[in-house]
Write a protein that binds this ligand. Structure first.
Ligand code: SAM
Length: 215
């Protein structure tokens, strides 16, 4: 693991809501995991996954824990908080032999993705609710640098007013990401989107800032 940025929020405590299986965060996690599982079931062979702001990686790693075919997945998890990244790395270690790298790095800069993209699956979970709208737009516009043709992007965002999700969905479509699913239950404010990249991958521009988390 390399350098890191200083944490601005106690993201370690944020993960506590996952301990309650009835929390909306746990429910959101299950939706994300279901889409990861379904995608893996439908996509044979070697695949690459990148998770930006991965937290402790439980969405992807939780799915891989239950899969005998996990060794066909090459994954890179990008997480800025050293303690959380360490927990992700411990979970990876517990998985046994696996081609999974945890990078303690600032995922808001394109360079952090070098060597890990273009990927077949890109996880952008827990980002869009914590950055400025312009950063969301910039990240969606740059997603073609992270994706192979046909890749899926799984993203999340709350729908509290003013609800940005209609705009996010439109931005994805504008940038050649067809919408496959949009899960937005009435009993909660979370949402999970799944997009499929129809375009051609673009070269990764080095040192370009896509987003910064709000203070
Ligand atoms: C809302 S949590 C989401 C974690 C995980 N993706 C999930 O959905 O469970 C945001 C995570 O992003 C991390 N983070 C914040 N800014 C970051 C940055 N610039 N680069 C990488 N990770 C960052 C935080 O430490 C935290 O673990």
């Amino acid at each position: 693991m390399g350098w890191s940025v200083a944490p601005l929020t106690d993201w370690e405590s944020w993960h506590d809501a996952y301990e309650d299986p009835d929390s909306l965060l746990s429910e959101r996690l299950r939706v994300v995991q279901q889409h990861i599982s379904e995608w893996l079931d439908a996509r044979p062979g070697e695949v690459t996954v990148v998770s930006a702001c991965a937290g402790d990686g439980r969405d992807l790693l939780g799915v891989l824990q239950g899969r005998a075919d996990r060794r066909r997945v090459r994954a890179t998890l990008l997480e800025a908080d050293p303690g959380i990244a360490r927990r992700a790395a411990e979970t990876v270690h517990a998985l046994g032999p696996a081609d999974i790298e945890v990078r303690c790095t600032d995922a808001g800069i394109t360079t952090a993705y070098a060597g890990a993209v273009p990927a077949d699956l890109v996880l952008l979970c827990g980002i869009f609710g914590n950055v400025a709208d312009e950063d969301v737009q910039r990240t969606v516009a740059a997603a073609a640098q992270l994706c192979k043709t046909g890749a899926r992007v799984i993203w999340t965002r709350h729908r509290r007013a003013p609800d940005l999700t209609p705009q996010i969905r439109a931005w994805f479509v504008e940038h050649h990401f067809a919408e496959e699913h949009f899960v937005a239950p009435q009993h909660g404010t979370y949402s999970v989107g799944v997009q499929r990249f129809l375009g051609d991958p673009e070269p990764l521009e080095p040192d370009r800032r896509l987003f910064s988390f709000n203070k």
